[in-house]
Design a protein around this ligand. Structure first.
Ligand code: ASP
Length: 588
């Protein structure tokens, strides 16, 4: 080894030791006849000391190096005059006696400090430099720890880690596939897995009983802050289980991760039906760090002269505790917020329940103080509270109010990153009618699509409604939600060939299409498939949640930007005529 110690490990107990360290020049400064260099590696920072009086040449050499030079130094551990309590090595320094420049470095395009002056794109272009920043490195260390502890837990529970192929055939999971042309089978394409769904089910048919894999998945979707075209899942499947067993096993995993990685004891996860999540939060992944539940007001507000409420299929609101003193300006901001096209409400009605017991609303023209008292009672509001009400079409209004609720949660400081509120959302509908979601392939529009995926089993008591009223069938499906983020989802699977065939029929596949695309799975079900079910947890999201960040990007070593581009290697990129020809791919 080129070193005897790392830059993070020397302490006062090492005084007078002869050591050799390697690392990068983090910073240097001159102080009279002294020069100090902070030498950095993955493990920490150690101060190097040079003195004109100790060794003039060495000191002059030290003055020549600049930031990010790579050094190897030898010296003696001595006690520091002015100690730095914030650095674990801050009580010692190295009196340098041997000095070698291992490599020079040009000045980095942004500062490699915790608070950097580099913008996102620049940092991504020079990701290898960004990785030298301790905040980014710590995120990846957290990722590593979570992966290790996940393996520890699942190994103890007798799960086997099995790799599944990356070059596969398209499986519909609600997104577009990335495809890879095959040179040996011209005109044919592999697809990259959106998840190993069918393979893990086939592993169950293969008798593996308990499978997991920390695995890359690929989805060609429009990107958002928390989406990447390639991402990682903790993918799991179990045989001979019911929903309850999966919930217990993976609630157990999450509790274990919180305890072992963050030292936090999380209580048992409450369970909420999809129907209630939508009714009380307008969202199938409610942030339950705070209450502020929806209150429906149709019975309370209709029948006066206010046309907007009278005509609306739904009038629904939230009560923001202690926000009655919001200024006109703040209320106008909230109105603007709900009217933004992404939110889509036409307006916002508010009522302040003042501390003196009076109530004033933005629709005083239509409602007496007595009417407003009834509103307050419906919300169980107290003096000092602010009522915020939206009206309109059921689905849109709930969605908009959900956004407003989250916004109020932010404004009132109710969404603390160090508080964790976990729950299960259960009883999802099996199917949803897809009118024209531009995120879905053309072929999936204007028909029923699987809400989860086509392999999810209906609740046994709802099977008879599959053909007559598909929209009413509930699924044996569940989502794990933490702080308003869908951390994972899964289901008990169909394992009967005929039921699977019916499902494809309801989804609009002809017999031939279903056989062509999924024959391999349905045939496998004829050879004794065990009852099975599973779940997949979004590993990048889990890391960012544990790291208290909103974006998953800083928890991925080499992420892509919002256009799906790797800024560092400049990909995607064109390929040569020769490559295209070999692949038999023609560009029009
Ligand atoms: N394959 C599913 C997904 O990626 C998870 C599952 O059902 O286990 O969402």
């Amino acid at each position: 080894m080129l070193r005897t110690h790392t830059c993070g490990e020397l302490r006062l107990t090492d005084l007078n030791k002869q050591v050799t360290l390697c690392g990068w020049v983090h910073k240097s400064r001159e102080l009279g006849g002294m020069t100090f260099i902070d030498l950095r590696d993955r493990f920490g920072i150690t101060q190097l000391a040079f003195n004109l009086d100790w060794d003039k040449n060495m000191c002059e050499l030290a003055r020549k190096v600049s930031r990010e030079y790579v050094l190897q130094i030898t010296g003696t551990v001595i006690e520091r005059q002015s100690k730095n309590k914030n650095n674990p090595t801050g009580e010692i320094e190295i009196k340098v006696t041997g000095f070698k420049i291992l490599n020079e470095a040009i000045i980095p395009p942004f500062t490699l400090e915790d608070e950097t002056d580099g913008g996102d794109e620049l940092r991504m272009k020079y990701r290898y430099l960004d990785l030298r920043r301790s905040v980014v490195r710590k995120n990846l260390e957290l990722r590593h720890r979570l992966a290790i502890e996940t393996r520890n837990y699942l190994d103890k529970k007798q799960f086997l880690e099995v790799e599944t192929p990356v070059l596969i055939k398209s499986t519909p999971e609600g997104a577009r596939d990335f495809v890879v042309p095959s040179r040996m089978n011209q005109g044919q394409f592999y697809a990259l897995p959106q998840s190993p769904q069918t393979f893990k089910q086939l592993l169950m048919v293969g008798g593996f009983d308990r499978y997991y894999q920390i695995v890359k998945c690929f989805r060609d979707e429009d990107l958002r802050a928390d989406r990447q075209p390639e991402f990682t899942q903790i993918d799991c499947e179990m045989s001979f289980v019911e929903q309850e067993d999966i919930l217990n096993t993976f609630e157990g995993l999450m509790k274990y991760l919180f305890k072992s990685v963050k030292g936090i004891d999380v209580p048992d996860f409450p369970r909420m039906s999809y129907a209630n999540a939508m009714k009380y939060y307008g969202n199938d992944k409610p942030d339950t760090r705070f209450e502020m539940k929806f209150v429906e007001l149709n019975d309370v507000v209709k029948g006066k002269d206010f046309k907007v409420f009278n005509d609306a299929p739904l009038v629904v609101g939230i009560c923001a505790k202690g926000a009655a003193e919001y200024t006109r300006k703040q209320l106008d901001e909230l109105t603007e917020f709900v009217k933004r096209p992404q939110i889509g409400a036409t307006g916002l009605v508010y009522a302040r329940y003042n501390n003196d017991g009076t109530i004033k609303s933005s629709v005083d023209k239509f409602y007496t103080e007595e009417d407003l008292k009834k509103w307050a009672a419906a919300f169980d509001a107290k003096p000092g509270d602010l009522l915020l009400i939206l009206a309109g079409d059921e689905e849109k209004t709930r969605k908009a109010l959900s956004e407003l609720r989250l916004e109020m949660g932010n404004r009132l400081g109710l969404r603390d990153k160090n508080t964790f509120s976990c729950l299960w959302v259960l009883d999802f509908p099996l199917l949803e009618w897809n009118e024209g979601d531009p995120n879905l392939p053309e072929s999936m529009r204007g028909r029923w699509v699987a809400k989860h995926h086509p392999f999810t089993s209906p609740k046994p008591e709802d099977i008879e409604k599959l053909k007559s009223s598909p929209g009413e069938v509930r699924a044996n499906a569940y989502d794990m939600v933490i702080n308003g983020v869908e951390i994972g989802g899964g289901s008990i699977r169909i394992y009967n060939k005929n039921l699977q065939a019916t499902m494809f029929e309801v989804l609009g596949f002809s017999k031939e299409e279903a056989q062509k695309q999924f024959g391999f799975l349905m045939n496998a079900f004829e050879f004794g498939a065990p009852p099975h079910g599973g779940i997949a947890l979004g590993f990048d999201r889990l890391c960012s949640l544990f790291g208290g960040a909103d974006s998953i990007r800083d928890f991925i070593a080499f992420p892509k930007n919002n256009s799906g581009r790797d800024m560092m290697i400049d990909s995607p990129s064109e390929i040569s005529e020769e490559q295209l020809k070999e692949l038999g791919v023609k560009l029009s």
